[in-house]
Design a protein around this ligand. Sequence first.
Ligand SMILES: *Cc1c(COP(=O)(O)O)cnc(C)c1O
Length: 386
Amino acid sequence: MNRPIYLDHHATTPIDDRVWAAMLPYFREQFGNPASNSHLYGWEADAAVSLAREKMAAAIGAEPDEIVFTSGATEANNLAIKGCAEANMSRGRHIITVCTEHNAVLDPCHYLESLGFEVTYLPVDDAGLIDINDLASCLRKDTILVSIMAANNEIGVLQPIAEIGQLCHDRSVYFHTDAAQAIGKIPLHVGDQNIDLMSLTAHKIYGAKGIGALYVRRRNPRVAIAPQLHGGGHERGLRSGTLYPPQIVGMAEAMTIAIAEMSTESERLTKLRSHLWQTIQPLGGVTLNGHPTQRLAGNLNVSFNGLNGDRLLRALQSVVAVSSGSACTSAKATPSHVLKAIGRSDALARASIRFGLGRFTTIGEIDIVAAKVCEVVPELRDYDGH
Ligand SMILES: *Cc1c(COP(=O)(O)O)cnc(C)c1O
């Protein structure tokens, strides 16, 4: 039996052949520990990690010593938010974020509230965007950090990162952005966009799971963060633990490829997404979730009026792998906090499907998926209606 067509690229992506080829030598032949400075095995591993660090830094307009490797974006977000709060609490205890953030931002914020920090959760409009004036009016003398994601993992909406960065810079507040979904898909430059802290992960851009990085600004201004993992003093003491060269080399390759192919790929995906939406729309009773244009090229999030999302998912699952709401929260019965925040009812939020198109998605696959959706939705509506 054929495996279902994979349209869940916001949850994770397959490893690109080019990334895999770059990683391979570091699993076995060149297995050394980059921290071993007394022999060839260590030197070659260290050289590979250094080169990867340089490539990644250059790709975002940073310096190599501003990249801290982590296990992924969850850890990078925790290090940025908790680390910044801990190191700067003498300046203030107020943090601003947005109610549609990933749980890897919201949960560290909730944790800090339990320690006595105060967190403001900005609302979004019905397209999922924050209002920059809202943010400006929430900034206070004791605000130390603003954390706002670049691209949303459920509805793909792109926040105005450069404007947020400028505002935070003018008001001397650190700006962190969770760029797990944005890196390699939209232009990101820590200088141009005044980003002080930025979380990255490899597995959303055709690299391996279990590797990510936090960009930490070292100049104008130097951002102080407190480590959350203590040990051997790796990564300038900010994140102890033996580095994993295959994952790191692969992440640098994944970023390089995604950025080099960004403009052609986003044009291609936009066409495929429009085709999918135009085929589904005539069904009627379908609502697009998120901004129509200010969104990730590969993202289409749709609510189907009068349908149960889980039943729809089951009717589709032999043909297409998609998720309802966010994969990270789909184990929970509660409707997506992002869809609720843009004003969807519980019922409509539960009746939503996230189509996440990716690098290997073809027009032929989109035709198959669209045809299946157009077949099962009326059937399920009939069934539910009678
Ligand atoms: C996937 C994702 C994360 C978590 O990243 P991991 O590397 O899996 O820990 C965090 N934020 C966003 C926006 C994501 O899409």
